[in-house]
Ligand binder design. Structure first.
Ligand code: AMP
Ligand code: TRP
Length: 345
């Protein structure tokens, strides 16, 4: 069982996917399908770390799956599935709960943000969330994890967990036939592209997020052309023209965000966009931005809606993906049990 390149990533089925999810992560997911074995997950166990209405959760799992396929993930080429159907995730997460240290989790900024002031009332699952994420990746001994910038800290934790497991069990790992004493790889974050951190359209200092109460703050993958155009038109900007060079964004987070989004959607560099639009007012630029956004996202939204009409077909994709995922994860879990001294039959 040698470690070979393998990609794993996931998104939570909490609300509809937005431009940040698409440009920050999915664009790389789609590209990596051409060069790697890829596993893409709808992380429903992560979703329930905060309260989810059961009927809405069921719909959201299917919606995210539909959006994955509509955006260009191919369920034949890659494995698409929902986390809760593969028990290896929860099993390995428990082992990692016993490997990770309280001090490590106490440093996680996402927990602090999500738990807010009333930390005593946060679920234990929300606290242990990064251990489950490490289990997602390492149950497949995945080597590459394409994500947005905000997941960097969680990825570092996953690397620490892999390292500590390898160190703590080194002798046992060797005794189980892994001569170099390395069972888990160090998964590498893949955080690339012009928009690894897409900001809110209403406030350039906050990231675009599913949980922002204002729908005007984000472009959803399911928004129609009129809605996209309206949101871009209402997007916050400042009174100055578009800068002529990259250094001209100081103190102008909204301008930087919109130009970055344009570059990512049009497959151009920021420099090229500034060459074309530098010195112009935002009104003209916003029209052009609405056009590229509608062009690219309108098709995805339409296709996702079409797929949602047949939920049995979506469930079949998830069942097939889960079966394929299990065949990869089960031998890993078996090895982990043997390494840790747990008896299995
Ligand atoms: P989530 O919606 O939190 O499950 O995130 C799914 C993926 O989208 C992760 O890889 C995130 O890093 C990425 N992502 C979420 N929001 C943004 C954003 N505003 N900009 C860039 N990437 C994002
Ligand atoms: N925590 C990630 C997010 O909110 C989602 C996620 C769960 C994930 N498990 C993962 C991402 C494994 C990459 C790999 O965005």
């Amino acid at each position: 069982m040698t470690i070979s390149p393998r990609v794993f990533s996931g998104m939570q089925p909490t609300g509809s996917l937005h431009l940040g999810n698409y440009l920050g992560a999915m664009v790389n997911w789609i590209k990596m399908q051409e060069t790697h074995e890829c596993i893409y997950c709808v992380v429903d166990l992560h979703a329930i770390t905060v309260w989810q209405d059961p009927a809405e959760l069921r719909t959201a799992i299917r919606q995210v799956t539909a959006a994955y396929i509509a955006a260009g993930l191919d369920p034949k080429k890659s494995i698409l599935f929902n986390q809760s159907q593969v028990s290896a995730h929860a099993e390995l997460a428990w082992v990692f709960n016993c490997v990770a240290r309280l001090g490590w989790l106490n440093r996680m900024t996402q927990f602090k943000e999500k738990a807010g002031k009333d930390r005593e009332q946060a679920s234990v699952g929300l606290y242990a969330y990064p251990n489950l994420m490490a289990a997602d990746i390492l149950a497949y001994r995945a080597t590459h994890v394409p994500v947005g910038e905000d997941q960097k800290q969680h990825l570092e934790l996953a690397r620490d967990i892999a390292q500590k497991f390898n160190n703590d069990f080194r002798e046992s790992i060797i005794a189980q036939g892994f001569a170099d004493g390395v069972f888990f790889p160090q998964p590498e974050p893949v955080i690339t592209g012009p928009a690894t951190r897409v900001m809110s359209l209403r406030d350039g200092t906050k990231k675009m997020s599913k949980s922002d109460p204002s729908d005007l703050s984000r472009i959803n993958l399911t928004d129609d052309a009129d809605t996209i155009a309206k949101k871009i038109q209402k997007a916050k900007t400042d009174a100055d023209p578009i800068p002529t060079e990259d250094g001209g964004f100081q103190g102008r987070p909204e301008a930087e965000n919109l130009v970055g989004i344009y570059a990512a959607l049009a497959d151009q560099t920021v420099e090229t966009v500034l060459k074309d639009f530098g010195g112009q007012q935002f009104s003209a630029f916003k029209k052009a931005l609405a056009e590229v956004a509608t062009d690219r996202l309108g098709r995805i939204g339409g296709e996702a809606r079409r797929l949602m009409a047949d939920s049995a077909a979506i469930d079949a994709v998830l069942a097939d993906g889960s079966a394929r995922a299990r065949t990869i994860a089960q031998p890993v879990i078996d090895h982990v049990k043997d390494i840790a001294g747990l008896i299995r039959s």
